[in-house]
Design a protein around this ligand. Structure first.
Ligand SMILES: C[S@@+](CC[C@H](N)C(=O)[O-])C[C@H]1O[C@@H](n2cnc3c(N)ncnc32)[C@H](O)[C@@H]1O
Length: 279
């Protein structure tokens, strides 16, 4: 049954799975996932907020934050006076949002349970890149927009990751980590793909830009990359392909990520913004 306040029916099966669709690669019992998500917010929120700030979010706006994670962007929208709904397949990290008046719903966006023509802004960061049927998911996010509303998709292009002045930085470990993610339905060039997905879904005035961060070893931002490897470590070690990496390879990469003598480039975060036509 749909929630009276949000019009959204919870769509996550009680065991946390979504039928026969692929499992979210980071949906594991990794003990430090909250810390990893918090470091990701620290790295990416300033750029996200500067882009969302162009859309006039404020009192009277209705916003949907998709795959809200720990909820920093939903909280920012609510603090500006918007009516905000935050959805995620796992809402265990979103309790603090309720105190800000945000409606929190456990939803698997692949199941198409979002209300139609309900929001002025729909935002999803680092979410669509994990979904198997990305085109269907983007169509569902577009359908949730009111006429005149904006979809803001943010996903990464991974080509630049671990670019280093001395040459590629732990390329085998990077390759092994992404191989695990691709097995779960992840697309490593999704940031660029989003431009086509948003255009194909029929939105107008589609614009896109990208930002890469310069990260120094030993900083809080660098720990986001180290915890990415730690989260994927068991799956990387379990992979049976020839290109698999050893425990020692991953240890070396994690140690270098903590070393201030190393500086590298992040992935490029691509932001795509499109507007739904007023009929
Ligand atoms: C990499 S995290 C990004 C979190 C947040 N958007 C951010 O940028 O800080 C991806 C989020 O999407 C959620 N997610 C993954 N698959 C989902 C699905 N099918 N439906 C809804 N949420 C999903 C995860 O639970 C997680 O919170």
């Amino acid at each position: 049954m749909a929630d009276a306040a949000t019009g959204i029916a919870a769509t996550v099966e009680t065991n946390g799975s979504a039928g026969n669709t692929a499992q979210y690669v980071f949906g594991t019992a990794f003990q430090r996932e909250d810390e990893r998500l918090s470091l990701g917010e620290r790295l990416w929120d300033p750029g996200t907020i500067s882009r969302l700030s162009t859309l006039g979010i404020g009192p009277g706006s209705r916003c949907l934050e998709v795959g809200a994670g720990r909820g920093s962007i939903a909280a920012w929208m609510a603090e500006r006076g918007a009516a905000v709904t935050a959805v995620d397949i796992d809402t265990s990290r979103l309790d603090r949002l309720r105190g800000l008046g945000v409606a929190v719903c456990q939803v698997d966006v692949r199941t198409g349970a979002l209300p139609v023509a309900a929001y002025d802004v729909v935002h999803a960061r680092l979410v669509v890149q994990h979904l198997g049927d990305r085109a269907a998911a983007v169509r569902a996010l577009c359908a949730a927009l009111r006429p005149g509303g904006h979809l803001v998709l943010e996903d990464t292009d991974t080509a630049s990751l671990f670019s280093h002045a001395a040459g590629p930085f732990h390329p085998e470990v990077k390759r092994a980590a992404y191989a695990v993610m691709v097995e779960s339905g992840y697309h490593p060039r999704c940031g660029l793909l989003d431009v086509d997905l948003v255009t194909a879904a029929g939105l107008s005035d589609v614009r896109a830009d990208g930002r890469a961060e310069v990260v120094r070893g030993g900083t809080p931002e660098s720990r986001w990359f180290a915890l990415w490897l730690e989260h994927l470590r068991p799956a990387m070690l379990a992979a049976v392909k020839e290109s698999s990496v050893s425990e020692m390879d991953i240890d070396r990469a994690v140690a270098d990520l903590a070393d201030p003598r190393h500086t590298w480039l992040s992935q490029v975060m691509v932001t795509v913004i499109g507007r739904k036509d007023v009929q």
